[in-house]
Design a protein around this ligand. Structure first.
Ligand code: SAH
Ligand code: SF4
Length: 370
């Protein structure tokens, strides 16, 4: 059964017409789904019982179950969710941080997952460690935003019971698709989720506020360039030569740098938008100053901005982050080659750790306990 939160307004219009239901019923339904965010047909009190019956025998209405939330309010928080089949995914909620992906704002960025596990097996990444389990469905991708905003509403209602209103506070105004999984390997579901999150009748989040990150699937980057939506694109580069990239990212064998950069150029030309290169600094792997030359050349050619991210240690993996002085020197060398670059200067390997790690720890903990 298809979930109601993976159906677009256009598709509902067709369905309702077949049922000989008036158009305004579609909009009433959409308000229950995306404003009031109820998770049961019976709560849709202004829809006739017969219509609710037709809906419930045609569509499912699911939501994500919270397993664990790490971190205090107003700091970075990590959410672990259980899906209806028991699989687990995570999302990371980041208070507005101008240095990261968006502009200054009083709201939040949410980092969402698109797959359970990941098939791409980058050597440094926790998400790929246990392999790929399955693709997320559109409602599971979009559901991460809806579920967190619902939790926020509940928390606020507890603090100030009198202010409780039916409509959801829109907490999240930036989305980065940088959680578990390779988004462009789950292309159709991702695009449908984005369409729903972006629609005025759905999540109402501007396409320019949505960043898709990829390890470098060149054909899908071109496909994304041909979409009408003005999404932001981030490339997980992590190596500026095939030699370095190959060592840590198996995907580079399939789509070597030449193919990847040509696809990025196509995206840049079609969209006229600046691409971001994500570059994790890993000690002794990609952090030497001579790597800044090919990196700067690539960034200049593609008018890309470089985000340097000190590596977060992953249990069971040998990699580590370079000393702070090495990180700063690497940044300085890029800047002196006329590249716009930022360095994430967070302390320690705390909750800001990359997506995939909480799930890994929870699943391994469970395995040990069994
Ligand atoms: N599969 C996509 C999106 C998810 S990964 C991609 O690879 O782009 C999101 C980002 O986190 C990527 O840039 C990834 O390389 C980075 N990442 C993975 N493990 C990390 C770690 N241990 N420390 C820091 N960044 C990490
Ligand atoms: Fe998959 Fe991205 Fe992790 Fe690579 S970095 S294993 S593509 S999630």
């Amino acid at each position: 059964m298809q979930d109601i939160r993976s159906v677009t307004r256009e598709e509902l219009l067709v369905q309702f017409e077949n049922w000989q239901e008036p158009v305004y019923r579609v909009d009433q339904l959409l308000r229950w789904l995306y404003d009031a965010r109820v998770n049961a047909w019976d709560e849709m009190t202004n829809l006739p019982k017969a219509l609710r019956g037709k809906l419930s025998s045609t569509y499912s209405i699911t939501h994500l179950a919270l397993v664990q939330c790490q971190g205090a309010r107003d700091t970075t928080r990590k959410f672990l969710w259980r899906l209806t089949d028991g699989a687990m995914i995570e999302s990371v909620l980041i208070p507005a941080s101008p240095a990261l992906y968006g502009e200054r704002s009083d709201r939040h960025t949410l980092c969402i997952s698109t797959q359970v596990g990941c098939a791409y097996g980058c050597r440094f990444c926790a998400s790929g460690l246990e392999g790929w389990k399955r693709n997320l469905r559109p409602e599971e991708i979009a559901g991460q935003i809806l579920a967190i905003e619902n939790l926020n509403r509940l928390e606020r209602a507890q603090e100030k019971p009198s202010s409780g209103s039916a409509a959801v506070d829109r907490l999240i105004n930036n989305i980065v698709v940088m959680g578990m999984g390779e988004p462009l390997a789950n292309y159709a579901a991702l695009m449908r989720a984005i369409q729903i999150l972006n629609a005025p009748w759905g999540g109402g989040i501007g396409a320019r506020k949505i960043t898709v990150s990829t390890s470098g699937l060149a054909p899908q980057i071109r496909q994304l360039a041909d979409e009408p939506l003005q999404l932001r694109l981030a490339i997980s580069l992590h190596g500026a030569t095939d030699e370095v990239r190959q060592k840590i990212m198996p995907v580079n064998r399939k789509y070597p740098l030449k193919e990847l950069t040509e696809a990025c150029e196509y995206y840049q030309e079609k969209k006229g938008r600046m691409i971001t290169f994500e570059y994790i600094l890993i000690a002794g792997v990609n952090d030497s100053i001579d790597q800044t030359r090919p990196l700067a050349a690539l960034a200049r050619r593609l008018h890309a901005k470089v985000n340097l991210i000190p590596y977060n240690k992953v249990d069971g993996l040998e990699w580590s982050r370079p000393e702070e002085s090495v990180q700063e020197d690497f940044l300085g060398a890029l800047e002196s080659q006329n590249v716009t670059a930022t360095l994430r200067r967070e302390k320690g390997h705390d909750i800001d750790a990359a997506c995939g790690q909480l799930r890994l720890r929870t699943e391994r903990g469970q395995t040990q306990a069994e």
